[in-house]
Design a protein around this ligand. Sequence first.
Ligand code: SAH
Ligand code: SF4
Length: 490
Amino acid sequence: MEIKHISKDQLAVQQVFAQEDRVLLRERFGRTPRALVKSFGCAQNVNDGEKLMGMLKEMGCTFTDSVEEADIALYNTCAIRENAEQKVFGIIGQATHQKAGRKEMLIGLCGCMAQQEHIAEKIKKSFPGVDMVFGTHVVHTLPEIIHEVLMPEGKKRRRVFDIPECDGVIAEGLPTVREDSVRAGLPIMYGCNNFCTYCVVPLVRGRERSRRSADILAEAKDLIAKGYKEITLLGTNVNSYGKDLEDDLSFPQLLEAVGNLPGDFWVRFMTSHPRDCTKELIDVIARTPKVCNHIHLPVQSGSDRILKEMNRHYTREQYLSIIDYAKKTIPDVTFTSDIIVGFPGETYEEFGETLSLIQEVGYSSLFTFIFSPRVGTRAAEMDDPVPAAEKSRWFNELLETQKACGMTFYEREEGKTLKVLCEGYGKTKNGILSEDQASEGKSVLMGRTERGMVVDFAGDPSLIGQFVDVTITRAANWALAGKLAKPSAE
Ligand code: SAH
Ligand code: SF4
């Protein structure tokens, strides 16, 4: 098998289907069809969801967040942990309940869950209301899939299950409806070749494949021209970028090229695997002002034995040495990480090594997970003697440790005036500003600092989508409160 590049001609065929679907959908629903696209999980999946919306728009759809209003409901799922999957089954149950009263409604399941055979089987048997299940490699054929559902051969209703096994595809030029007008995800590569023993991603997303840098740079320029203020370069392992391309850029070169494009914006990237996070990459972050001084570098565990069992290809010492280099090279750098608690066979002492590593690095925040066995992965077959209740205790200990570490980070920002990208409205319920609430008729706004910390402040909604200077007045361990430093900027 190999990577398929979807040609312009193939996409043109899809556009023909989309135009036919436009007519058929209108007929079926007797009005402009309303579509709900709900994406779960990582930023890459959200980006796929935006492409699904782009294609649905070409089919004449408008969008809704409510399943009660939706004529078409598409669930773009995540398979990374079991609870993500369980949640989706609950939601599909609700959607099929809706469909009981509106037979013409269409329900679809796609994304990482849909790419797994046992899930497709379960949907086939237990959720007859679902009309289409399609995998991660055929997202670009949504118009054709909907067409098949709408044009059954004979009288019987048609259900479409399209989950080809494939090393992966690259489809350039799909229409996109972006949900956010300030921040944009920009995929640079897809798939993963790492096969960490706990992870389902390589099984459902295919092999690593990079987009051409010319396509990425053109998309970045377009986003900047449209006024986006933050671009996040996306990939399951961005450091592998370009390894499959001849005569093209490496990831550090690409990052620098995007960061040097003219315009007023920030660049972030996700996810960098510690195994091939190089000094060259750190140097680029240090010398490119528009690249944020924040590195998400998932360590997973602080124990060498567990890292080996996870197939991560680095040791604690190697990880700490890159952190050390970054701390010396990039002023004010912050790190965030992903941690798995309770990997099969992990002992309390080994878990303790994760706690000590967290204290040694000093992360501003962590994404923490209890190990979840995934069908088809090596770790799912391993002996896992530690009871769930014990893992939960470790998990809480991890949260307590991070709470203390994170707090020092946030407190350090008090009194400073920081550049903040205003992303939207802040929380008024249980938010950091709830007591000393925005006054004088101003709204509670939220933004993020270059180092990725959330800041709530009072201001005029016209500031959404702009960089503003905010003086930090108070810190919690999960957010900062501040005041606009230059009220005249309003
Ligand atoms: N490509 C990224 C991670 C993508 S998955 C990387 O290699 O860093 C996001 C996170 O989910 C992982 O970093 C890991 O911490 C967590 N995760 C993945 N599989 C998991 C599993 N089976 N159980 C618990 N957490 C898992
Ligand atoms: Fe999963 Fe590891 Fe690939 Fe990340 S690098 S997606 S954790 S297999």
